[in-house]
Design a protein around this ligand. Sequence first.
Ligand SMILES: [Zn+2]
Length: 502
Amino acid sequence: MNKNILFLCYISLQLISCNGVKKTTKSKKNSGDEFAKTITQKDLKTHLSILASDEYEGRETAMPGQKKAAKYIANYFEKIGLQKGYYDTSYFQNFPVDVKDPTKIAITVGGKKMTFLNDFFYMGSFVDTSYTDLEVVYVNYGVIGENYSDYAGLNVKGKAVLLKEGMPKGVEVKGDWDNWRKKLKVAKDNGAVAVFTINQHFDERVNRIRSFIANPRMQLHNKGQKDKIKTLPNIFISPETAQNFFNVSVDSKKGQLTPKIQLLLEINQVLSSSNVLGYIEGTDKKEELVVITAHYDHLGYDAGEICNGADDDGSGTVAVLELAQAFIKAKKAGKGTRRSILFMTVSGEEKGLLGSEYYTENPVYKLKNTICDLNIDMIGRIDDQHLTNNYVYLIGADKISSDLHDISEKANTEKIQLELDYTFNREDDPNRFYYRSDHYNFAEKGIPVIFYFSGTHEDYHKPTDDVEKIDFEKIEKTTKLVFYTAWKIANRESRLNINEVK
Ligand SMILES: [Zn+2]
């Protein structure tokens, strides 16, 4: 390296440090300490005991519990004096979701109705269809090869087929016939309109995948409709269901006709959900914005039990509420931050990061002026990898802006002294946590992000994720780290750098 440049650096460093002395005095006065102090375990607990109570029914997106939680958050924002974040007119950014509810499937055979999860479960396409007096043909395994066909001699056009999982014994057929999608395609090619698949280990399978099949699936309204591949409805049934409803045993002869059925697959609805936005205007760089997010939705019910989601992501939601009250106190004390701050609790996270996707596709504040997103998701428990609560995983901090990483480190060293664990920040993290919470939608737009997380635990996505198990000291410390990081970013002279793409 050129020595002259070194010398110049030395001179400018001297200048900076001279300036620095002045700044230190100034920043001491405005260190944020008096406002960070207002973030307390007691307040966090008060909020979480309400939001993670049974009354909120697990806060499932587009369901009454989620709407109730949205109201609670908006009321709190209003009470403490945050501006309405949605164009000054509302705290809510509403968005429509397509809801596909498998509990609405109705299958009747000879007047007898099948029960969801007891007699059948559903996979495959979510196109509304209904059939009356549908014929069902038993096609053994539904397998086709070069010299073999379970469909030979059978006419299944406009009918449903009933088949069993697996392969015929002693027959050579190429391909992955364990994949039900392949059997579905063959059925479709033969003109069938629906498939019933007999699963030998029905109960075991239902237990294993209950969380994927029992609750409504959702996507942003009209998203990806154009290139949606229409597959046949595939209804999995137990061997008992095959026997009781269709009079077919797994040893039945191919081609056997079963009683006609009524199949009603009207399961699609368009419902509304919302993000909740509270805004604090900055003092002299107000067009620039720091965003702080957490998702307030959770899973709703699991087999009749409420999933309260105290950690996921009640913990992040109450952190945002506490941060909002700390920053508004600063503003009211005449020490408001230079940049504006948006406190946004989003919904639809558990259904595929829908709320944050909607926001970043329909931003209320210009994305080009959005400095960063600090996203808090699950900070209230201790995972197996740590013995004490004095840690937090940081994910993404250095990926887009090295400034962000440095500021976050500095805030921690100066004020909090948590162990910052970067295990999940590795590119080869097999858990891929970086892609799994709402900050990712901001990162996708090139906005620097930090994801604050304390790891998974045995109650993750279970009805036992309850407020009694929450470590509020841990939430308080992590929330204060977010506070100081946001405080620094919102008050510093320059915006965050954007790393050069290597
Ligand atoms: Zn979750």
